[in-house]
Design a protein around this ligand. Structure first.
Ligand code: 6GU
Length: 225
């Protein structure tokens, strides 16, 4: 999968993909993240990407021309099939959406800034609008990194133990059960005996019960779905 991220702040997206699982996914050739500077697609001499809003009011609006130049390049040269716009008024991101997106081979993610993008882009060039939650970020970059991370780790072969994505919170509408590691006792704080028993069927049953208990307490809404 290739994830193309279009942004006015490419520096902000350097680190998130340079470590750990996302770095390894790219080294293994399973995913690649390409960051595009929107300014490179501006055709005026000042390399402008934003302008005042028609009708007045505070805040700049991202211009249609550089965005469409960039998206047309991505479609033509890279066969991008899905163009996602990151915006607080988009559809709320979920594990289900991450699963769907992980099946694509070429996606583009456009990061919003300022007061947003010219509405004509949203109407005619965007295939999907995503928000990562009910709060406002300074720009779409961190949200794009969140979405890319959630999607790339689901690509088969990215996680070492392929079953581990299946036991994540949300994958089956349940939160994950508690986990422990050595030592078995720390300052009198003990690990539940069952986990040290070696009885795998009982351990699996315990984990399922804990997952249900935790979900009932913290996210009862998940059990209604
Ligand atoms: Cl996608 N963008 C911005 N600017 N703020 C957000 C968001 C996106 N999702 C939640 N808050």
């Amino acid at each position: 999968m290739i994830v193309h991220i279009v942004t006015v702040l490419p520096e902000l997206l350097e680190s998130p993909f340079a470590h750990s699982i996302l770095k390894r996914a790219q080294q293994k050739g399973l995913a690649s993240v390409v960051v595009h500077n929107l300014r490179d697609f501006s055709s005026d001499k000042h390399k402008s990407v934003d302008d005042y809003a028609f009708g007045g009011g505070a805040g700049m609006v991202m211009m249609i021309e550089p965005i469409v130049n960039c998206l047309e390049f991505l479609k033509k040269e890279h066969g991008v099939e899905e163009v996602i716009y990151m915006t607080p008024d988009g559809e709320r991101f979920s594990q289900n959406m991450a699963n769907q997106l992980s099946l694509k081979t070429n996606i583009a993610i456009l990061c919003g800034h300022y007061k947003g993008i010219d509405e004509r882009v949203r109407e005619h060039f965007i295939t999907r609008e995503i928000s990562i939650g009910d709060y406002v970020l300074s720009g779409g970059e961190l949200a794009a990194a969140v979405v890319s991370d959630a999607v790339i780790r689901l690509i088969p072969g990215v996680l070492n133990d392929e079953t581990s994505a299946l036991t994540d919170s949300f994958q089956d509408n349940l939160l994950a059960p508690p986990v422990y590691t050595r030592p078995a006792e720390f300052r009198g704080l003990k690990v539940p005996d069952i986990l040290i028993s070696g009885n795998t069927p009982k351990i699996e049953k315990w984990r399922f019960e804990k997952a249900v208990e935790r979900t009932k307490q913290r996210r009862p809404d998940l059990l209604d779905e």
